[in-house]
Write a protein that binds this ligand. Sequence first.
Ligand SMILES: Nc1ncnc2c1ncn2[C@@H]1O[C@H](COP(=O)(O)OP(=O)(O)OP(=O)(O)O)[C@@H](O)[C@H]1O
Length: 507
Amino acid sequence: MDEPKCLTVSSDISENGDKDEGSNVQKVGFEIGGYTVLPDVTKTKVEKVKRKLPAWLESPDVVESDIANKQKPLDSVSFISDRIRAQLKHNQITHLFPVQWQVIPEILSSVIPNSLMSKLGLPPRDICCSAPTGSGKTLAFSLPVIQLLETCNTRRLRALVVLPVSDLALQVYKVFQDYSEGTSLKVALTNGQLSLAEEQKMLTTRNDVTEELETAVDILVTTPGRLVDHISFTQGFDLTQLRFLILDEVDKILEEVKHDWLDYLERAVYDKRGWPQPITAASLNSAALPLQKLLFSATLTQNPEKLEKLRLCEPRLFTSVISKEQSMDVDHSDDHFTGKYTTPQGLQEYYIECRVPNKQTPSTPISVTYTKTEESTCVCWISGHSSEVSGDISKKRRTQIIRQFSRSHIDVIITTDLMARGLDVDDVSTVVSYDSPPYIKTYIHRVGRTARAGKPGQAYTILNAKEVSYFRKMIKSSSKSVKARKVGRSELAPYVERCKQILSAKE
Ligand SMILES: Nc1ncnc2c1ncn2[C@@H]1O[C@H](COP(=O)(O)OP(=O)(O)OP(=O)(O)O)[C@@H](O)[C@H]1O
């Protein structure tokens, strides 16, 4: 039998196109008995093709995530109007958080003072902002929009704020209402809480002269479904003067809702007033009202294909990835882009491997728990001081329970992912996830119900042995780290007696 011979080919260029420095021969197999045996092709390392991101995604403006140390005193910033400053102080807000002092001036400066037109006739740049949960994004978009619109003399629908679900729409509506107080601005909410007919009545009014119905609000906070209803069925609902389109929790809006709501909206805006045209010398001189998009989320997608659907104009990205270098380093190679999402600095995150053999995977609603104190966390599953908030409970009752929690009348809210995103509940000290969140985004939003506004908080995810490796992989893929926490019998001992008492009382 012939000795195997190594087969080589001459080459001075390697597979990836780089020049081979050391050698100009490559091993490609060997010959045996007159046959050429190729190397094991299944083991050949295939170079991943890296996606080239657009420049605006590759070089974002970095938003400081250290809220506690990077606030700016309200009196040191000149871009906030005196009226809004007074209102902020009235609400005990004396400093601006980083996302606010970075994004607010950018929005304000895109407009010629006392006009809604943009500078030099160029369309204003759309804004995308990805900052941690509880970092104050709501004020970052509501304050500049109110400040710019309050100087308008006529009532036109000029700002539309779209949120994925009605509870969030209500929360953001309250902020717009609060900071518009004392102005002639009319803010409305259409989130399905009222009937369509009632909402229609609130949205429009009959003009005394023309006797036609016309829009009677300046700022509308809504959900995509209700928006499409009003575009389709509400006489006099006019979007042709829209100047700002704000999408909060934008990744959720893109994920869950029928995407064509944006087509409806853009047709309602542009069919009459004219679609945006390429910029030419002539267009610079014409005074077309621009529509500027402002996008916010703690987990803003940076997948260019998804963002493309939003037809953004020269966007500018504000993001809280830890440093510019790290933002370059993100893995963009799969379709489900996993970004480096930052959680609040005051948040301590742990997972606990539960070795009890019968830890059940809960059927909702027992999935996420928000608690007031450490003690209540330990007894929450059986304590009498908890309330459930789920989709089965009416909106009115949900609001009542949240209010009771904020006033410390109850210590524990046991809830589902319904309450995991965007909701701002006062003084949640701890979030307990009783199961592994299915996606990193779900995790970020769940734990983000605590450690808000620069305060401390802790999050525990309780996993059974099978869930641990998936959870750890998911956390690692987003370049985060969550510490393992062991709970020994001695730690639980003080609670055992109390739990027994509660259980026997329940029997
Ligand atoms: N400058 C500030 N000073 C003190 N508190 C503030 C300030 N800005 C916002 N807050 C408070 O911080 C809390 C969180 O703000 P907000 O709900 O806007 O966070 P968010 O970034 O939108 O969070 P999420 O991503 O979870 O929706 C709110 O209770 C808000 O009133």
